[in-house]
Design a protein around this ligand. Sequence first.
Ligand SMILES: Cc1cc2nc3c(=O)[nH]c(=O)nc-3n(C[C@H](O)[C@H](O)[C@H](O)COP(=O)(O)O)c2cc1C
Length: 167
Amino acid sequence: MGDSIATLFQRLTQGVYVVGVAHGGARNAFTAAWVMQASFDPLLIVLSIHARHSSYVLLQQSGAFSVNVLKKGQLHLAAHFGQAASADKLGSVAWTEGRTGAPLLRDCLAWFDCRVVSEQPAGDHVLALARVIDGRLLDPEAEPMLYRETGALDGASALFPERFDGA
Ligand SMILES: Cc1cc2nc3c(=O)[nH]c(=O)nc-3n(C[C@H](O)[C@H](O)[C@H](O)COP(=O)(O)O)c2cc1C
C-alpha cells in the first residue's frame, strides 16, 4: 500500500531540480523535486529540504540557494546529485557562481538564484521561502524532466505511510 500512495503522489506534477548551496569556500548541491513558485510580487520560490542534508547547513549559513532545472534525458544528474555528499558532487560537472555565490550548472534547462527570506518547519522537512534575484533560461527548446520519470531513484516509496490517516 505504501507503494500505491507513492505512485499516487508521483502524479502531483513536479519537476526535478539540482539545488546548489555555497558558503565560505564550501559548496554542495542535491536533487530536489519539492520546489515551487510562491508569489509574483515579489518573486518567491519555496523549497522543501530535509534538515539532515549536508546542503542544509550551507543553505542556513549563506541564506541562499540556486535552483537548476533539469531537462528530460538528464537522469544521470538527478541520480548523481541525489547521493549523499561523501565526495565533491560538483567536482565532475561544469558550473559557475551566481550572484548569491550559489553554484549554477552550465548544462541545464534554466537556473534561478535565490535569497532565503524565511524558514518554516514542515513535518520531516523545512520550507525555505526565497526571493528570486536572478535567473536565466539556457535551453528554451528543452523539455523539463518530470519527477515521475525518476521512478524509484529517491527511494520515496519506503517513506510513505501504509495507508491514509483519515482522522
Ligand atoms: C528525484 C529526487 C528528488 C528529491 N527531492 C528532494 C526534495 O525535494 N527535498 C529534499 O530535501 N531532498 C530531496 N531528495 C533527496 C536528496 O537529493 C538526497 O537526500 C541527497 O543525498 C542530499 O544531499 P546532501 O546530503 O549532499 O545535501 C531527492 C532525491 C531524488 C533522487
